[in-house]
Design a protein around this ligand. Structure first.
Ligand code: ADP
Ligand code: ASP
Ligand code: MG
Length: 499
C-alpha cells in the first residue's frame, strides 16, 4: 500500500485533477490511498470569509462564498460531464449552504473561535476530495470517498490538533484496509480530522502532508508520496533563487530540519510518523508524470556540496529579556524558562548571557500573556519582521572553516546578523537576519555553496585555493567579519524528538 498526497496546486483546476488521475493510474499495482488538499487558495479564501463575517461584513463574506461555489461547481461540471456532475451538485450545494449558515451565524455573534475556524476550513478539503473521487470514477478508477474526520483522530487543540495514533491506527485499519483489499482507491481530504467525539479539527496550515504521513504510518504503507508543484525538495526555495536544484536523496533528519526551518514544501511535522516507522517519503512534481523528485530515507549518501540545502523562515520575532538589577542570574534564567514552559512557547533559537536572554519565536505564536509575565521580572524588548536562515547538512560536523565561510558570505552580501546558533543540532547552522534581507542573503549563500556546474569546474581546476568559483578571493582561516557572536543554542534539538 502507498499513500499519495496531492497539494493545492496539484488539484487547482480541471487539467490539474486530470493529471492527478493519470498519475494515480500509473500506481494502481501499489494499492494507492489518495490524500488531497483543498484547491489552491481555497483555504486562504475561507479564512478571509471567516474574518469578514466575524467583523460583521456578512455581504462581503457571502460574495466570496459565491465565487468559491462557482469555481467548484464549474470544475465538477468540466471533470464529470453533465450527468455525473448533476448528481454530485446537491452534495456540493449542501456544503455551500452549511457554509453560508455558518457565516451568517458568525456575523451575528461576531466571533470566530479556533473551534469554529476548524469547522470553517474543513470545507476546503471536503469539497476537493469529493470532486476528485468522482473524477477518478469517471476515468475508470475504482475510487471511494472516505471521510478523513472518521479516520484521523486528534486531541481538541483546535487549529493545530495533535494526532492520537492509537485510535487513528484502529480507525484506518477498519476503514481503509478493507477498501484496499477490494482494490478500491480511497480518496480523502488532507488537513482535516476530528476529536474522538467527532468535533472537526485541523492539523495546522499546510497540514495535508502531515495527514498523508499519519495515514501512511497508520496503515504501515510502503512509502508516502508528496506530489507538489516543484521537482522535489530543492537546495533552496526556487521562488527565492531560480538556480535552486533538486536534491536527489536526503536523510529524514536533514529534511525534518529543513521543513522546520521554513522549507514550505513539507509541513514541519510530516516526517515524524515516517521516521517512527521508517517509511520512505518521496517529494514529486505533479506537473511531470515521470518525476523522480527527492527520496527521503533514514540515511542518504553524502552530498558533494558542503550543505544539503538552505532555508528561510520569515515572520520571526526576537525577544530580548534583560534581568532587572539585583536579580540572581540562575533565578532569572529559571523564571524565564518556567514562563516559556507555562505558555507552551515553542522557541527556535536561544542566546544567553549572564543577565540577559534572547529568544526567537514565530510572531503569530508569541503569546501576549507570556510577554506580560516576562515584563514582571525583566526589561523586555521585542523586534518583529525577522527571519531565520538555516543551512543544513549532515556532513558539516567536525569540518573546520564552514561557519567562517557562511558568515563571510553574509558579510559580503552586506547583511547584518542578529543572532547565531550552531552546535545544538549538529546538522545545521542557523542565524537571524531582518526579513528584508532574506532574498539577498539566500542568493549569496546559494551561489557560494551550490555553485553551478561551470563554477564547480573552475573551482576544481583552481584547487590551489586562490578563488572560490565566483571569481572572488577566498578568505583564509576562521575570520568572521561583520558578525556579533553570542553564545547560542538551537532551541529545537534532535529533529526526531519534535512535537
Ligand atoms: P502544496 O500545495 O503542494 O502543498 P506548497 O506551496 O505547500 O505546495 O509547497 C511547495 C512550495 O514550497 C514550492 O512551490 C516552493 O516555492 C516552496 N519551497 C520552499 N522551500 C523549498 C525547498 N527547499 N524545496 C522545494 N520547494 C520549496
Ligand atoms: N489546505 C490547507 C492549507 O492551505 C492544507 C494544505 O494545503 O496542506 O493550509
Ligand atoms: Mg503544502
Amino acid at each position: 500500500m502507498i499513500v499519495m498526497k496531492f497539494g493545492g496546486t496539484s488539484v487547482e483546476s480541471t487539467d490539474a485533477i486530470e493529471r492527478v488521475a493519470r498519475i494515480v493510474s500509473s500506481r494502481l499495482k501499489r494499492s494507492p490511498v489518495v490524500v488531497v488538499s483543498a484547491m489552491a487558495k481555497v483555504t486562504d479564501q475561507l479564512v478571509a470569509m471567516g474574518n469578514q463575517a466575524a467583523a460583521g461584513d456578512c455581504n462581503a463574506a457571502i460574495e466570496l462564498l459565491q465565487a468559491l461555489r462557482e469555481r467548484h461547481l464549474q470544475t465538477a461540471r468540466e471533470l464529470l460531464g453533465s450527468k455525473r456532475g448533476a448528481s454530485l451538485a446537491p452534495r456540493l450545494e449542501g456544503y455551500f449552504s452549511e457554509l453560508e449558515n455558518f457565516l451568517r451565524g458568525l456575523a451575528a455573534v461576531r466571533e470566530l473561535t479556533p473551534r469554529g475556524s476548524d469547522y470553517l476550513l474543513s470545507f476546503g478539503e471536503l469539497l476537493s476530495s469529493v470532486i476528485v473521487a468522482d473524477a477518478f470514477a469517471v476515468r475508470g478508477l475504482n475510487a471511494a470517498w472516505v471521510d478523513s474526520r472518521q479516520c484521523l483522530v486528534t486531541d481538541a487543540n483546535h487549529t493545530r490538533a495533535v494526532p492520537q495514533m492509537k485510535q487513528t491506527r484502529e480507525r484506518c485499519k477498519n476503514k481503509l484496509v478493507p477498501l484496499v483489499s477490494k482494490k478500491r482507491i480511497a480518496v480523502m481530504g488532507g488537513f482535516i480530522a476530528a476529536t474522538e467525539n467527532g468535533v472537526p479539527t485541523t492539523l495546522g496550515r499546510g497540514g495535508s502532508d502531515y495527514s498523508a504521513a499519519i495515514i501512511g504510518a497508520a496503515v504501515d504503507a510502503d512509502c508516502i508520496e508528496i506530489w507538489t508543484d516543484v521537482e522535489g525538495m530543492m537546495t533552496t526555495d526556487p521562488r527565492l533563487c531560480p538556480d535552486a536544484k533538486t536534491i536527489k536523496r536526503i536523510s529524514f533528519n536533514e529534511a525534518a530540519e529543513l521543513a522546520y526551518f521554513g522549507a514550505k514544501v513539507l509541513h514541519p511535522a510530516t516526517l515524524l510518523p515516517a521516521i517512527h516507522q521508517n517509511i520512505p517519503v518521496y517529494v514529486l512534481n505533479s506537473r511531470n508524470l515521470k518525476s523522480t523528485g527527492t527520496e527521503i530515507t533514514a540515511q542518504a549518501p553524502p552530498s558533494r556540496d558542503t550543505f544539503r540545502a538552505i532555508t528561510a523562515k520569515n515572520g520571526i520575532s526576537i525577544v530580548n529579556v534583560v534581568a532587572s538589577r539585583g536579580v540572581m542570574v540562575h533565578g532569572f534564567l529559571r523564571s524565564v524558562f518556567e514562563a516559556l514552559d507555562r505558555h507552551s512557547s515553542p522557541v527556535d533559537i536561544v542566546a544567553i548571557s549572564e543577565v540577559s536572554m534572547s529568544f526567537t519565536m514565530e510572531t503569530k505564536r508569541l503569546p501576549k500573556a507570556l510577554l506580560s509575565e516576562l515584563e514582571q521580572i525583566a526589561d523586555l524588548a521585542r523586534e518583529d519582521r525577522q527571519a531565520i536562515i538555516c543551512l543544513v547538512g549532515e556532513d558539516i560536523h567536525g569540518k573546520p572553516g564552514i561557519a567562517a565561510s557562511v558568515f563571510n558570505t553574509i558579510a559580503k552580501a552586506d547583511v547584518n546578523i542578529r543572532m547565531i546558533s550552531q552546535g545544538a543540532s549538529e546538522i545545521n547552522i542557523s542565524f537571524v537576519i531582518q526579513e528584508n534581507d532574506v532574498p539577498k542573503a539566500v542568493r549569496h549563500l546559494h551561489a557560494q555553496f551550490f555553485p553551478g556546474r561551470t563554477a564547480r569546474k573552475i573551482a576544481t581546476a583552481k584547487k590551489s585555493g586562490t578563488t572560490n568559483g565566483l571569481g572572488r578571493r577566498r578568505t583564509k582561516g576562521t575570520e568572521i567579519s561583520g558578525v556579533h557572536e553570542t553564545r547560542a543554542s538551537n532551541g529545537r534539538a534532535a529533529a526526531a524528538s519534535r512535537p
